[in-house]
Design a protein around this ligand. Structure first.
Ligand code: UD1
Ligand code: CA
Length: 460
């Protein structure tokens, strides 16, 4: 059955003391709102059936959303009930499209999982209830809304600040995630009253509206207690990071990845790593990186949004938005900047920077080299200290070096320039013109040796 969703994300980051909305705060380098969005998609909700409630201030949320996701603006922050009201038109349109259930989710509670979403939806849609509240039983209810039950029914949700002493003892709390019959939601949203204590419209009051109506609200206790965890403060955000980090590392252990010491190892939730790869301390793998099998990565490395093949050794290296083949040796102290594409069995050693370049099989840059905006073929040896001079202060140009060439130490290749197949550039040359296949180029001042010249110099 098709379903729609509203994600609440218009709240300010007041308790975070952040200029950006708190839903932009990252758990394992992924903004919380994108965790929620991905879970909804995994639970079978299409992007065009999702409406995110955003603030009228430019606080970073809109830029994070995929183009197909809809948005509605909440100008005044009058609470979660008022926020959903901003999606009134969206809900009406969804009903016209034939969608009969709408979920409402908090953008600051990232661990809502597709399994609990699907199970709770099944339960509600095969019942006569008007809504379902997703809950969890915690040892300490903390700042979450307390669930008041009568059997399967949730009769009310009481916010912590409104709780009596005995209500504070309730262990079952509100995750802030709900399913509603779309028609019930639309018909009753405007019946929410301002809370006397805070002046806000609480979405949680929908439970009492349902309880006083015919079909009531049901409670669904999530199998995964993490589902409720949200972050209102930086400290809570750090706790979510810890919890998510352990869960992600456990998944990689299960998959046969070796992380012998966890210290400083942070892997983002969307990263994939193949069997028998080993991740050493202080290594961060993030974005949509895909790491193959049998690699040794780290220590002290960061791989962002990059694809790494099999059996590579990558040590003390930073790699962003790039691809690496198989059996390469990279590092220590190497940087691969965006759009670098490295072939198989390449060696890139210490203090080498590569940017926006392609490198063919078995080419080697062993030390102290800058390769920018370049295309290097295969089986090329690049000596220590070579620089591709890609920028004339106004424009950038490409350097091309073809298969089996040899670039001697400390040479500058002044782009645009091509070194053709098998050509040999003598050490310390400044190459300003294209070099023919198999040619030898020497571009440096001839060495002059004056016998006993040093003695005369010293006498001066
Ligand atoms: C809310 C629930 C609480 C639940 C908790 C779970 C209410 C009244 N309380 O409390 O029962 O245990 O979530 O995390 O609903 N937002 C808006 N516009 C607003 C206010 C909030 O879009 O005017 C958004 C926020 O950006 C946030 C979400 O709604 O993503 C929840 O708001 P928040 O203020 O964090 O509610 P809690 O106090 O955590
Ligand atoms: Ca919250």
């Amino acid at each position: 059955m098709k379903k729609g969703a509203v994600i609440l994300a218009a709240g300010s980051g007041k308790r975070m003391k952040s200029e950006k909305s708190k839903v932009c705060c990252e758990v394992l380098f992924k903004p919380m709102i994108l965790w929620v969005l991905d879970s909804l998609k995994k639970a079978g909700i299409d992007e065009e059936d999702i409406c995110v409630i955003i603030s009228n201030e430019d606080n970073g949320v809109a830029q994070l959303l995929p183009a197909n996701v809809k948005t509605a603006v909440q100008k005044e922050k009058l609470g979660t009930g008022h926020a959903v009201l901003m999606a009134e038109e969206f809900i009406g349109d969804e009903i016209k499209k034939g969608i009969s259930y709408i979920g409402v989710f908090c953008g600051d509670a990232p661990f809502i999982n597709p399994e609990d979403l699907e199970k709770s939806f099944e339960k509600l849609s095969s019942s006569s209830y008007d809504m379902a509240v997703l809950t969890a039983n915690l040892d300490d209810g903390e700042s979450y809304g307390r669930i008041k039950r009568a059997g399967d029914r949730v009769t009310a949700i009481v916010e912590k600040k409104n709780c009596t002493a005995w209500e504070l003892e309730i262990k079952e709390v509100n995750s802030g995630a709900y399913w509603f019959k779309a028609s019930f939601l639309l018909e009753n949203l405007r019946r929410l009253q301002k809370n006397a204590l805070t002046g806000e419209y609480y979405l949680t009051d929908m439970c009492e509206i349902a309880e006083n109506g015919k079909n009531k609200a049901m409670g669904f206790a999530c199998a995964d207690k993490k589902a409720v965890l949200g972050a209102n403060t930086r400290e809570q955000l750090a706790r979510l990071n810890e919890i998510a980090r352990d869960a992600v590392l456990s998944m990689h252990y299960e998959n046969g990845v070796s992380i012998p010491i966890k210290d400083g190892v942070i892997i983002s939730p969307d990263v994939k790593i193949g069997e028998n790869s080993e991740i050493l301390p202080n290594t961060i793998v993030k974005g949509r990186s895909i790491i193959g099998k049998g690699n040794v990565i780290g220590p002290n490395s960061c791989i962002d949004n990059s694809i790494v093949g099999d059996n590579n050794i990558i040590e003390q290296t930073k790699i962003s938005d790039s691809t690496i083949g198989n059996e390469c040796k990279i590092g220590p102290f190497t940087q691969l900047r965006p759009n670098s594409h490295i072939g198989d069995r390449v060696k890139i050693g210490n203090f080498v920077e590569v940017k926006n370049s392609t490198v063919g099989e078995k080419t080697s840059f062993a030390h102290l080299t800058y390769i920018g905006d370049s295309d290097f073929g295969s089986h090329i040896n690049v000596g220590c200290g070579v620089v591709t001079v890609n920028y004339d202060g106004v424009k950038k140009y490409r350097t091309k070096v073809e298969d089996n060439a040899f670039i001697g130490c400390n040479s500058n290749l002044i782009a645009p320039v091509t070194v053709k197949k098998g050509a040999y550039v003598a050490a310390a040359s400044t190459v300003t013109d294209d070099i023919e296949e198999d040619a030898l180029a020497i571009g440096r001042a001839r060495l002059v040796i004056k016998p006993k010249g040093a003695l005369k110099h010293r006498k001066k």
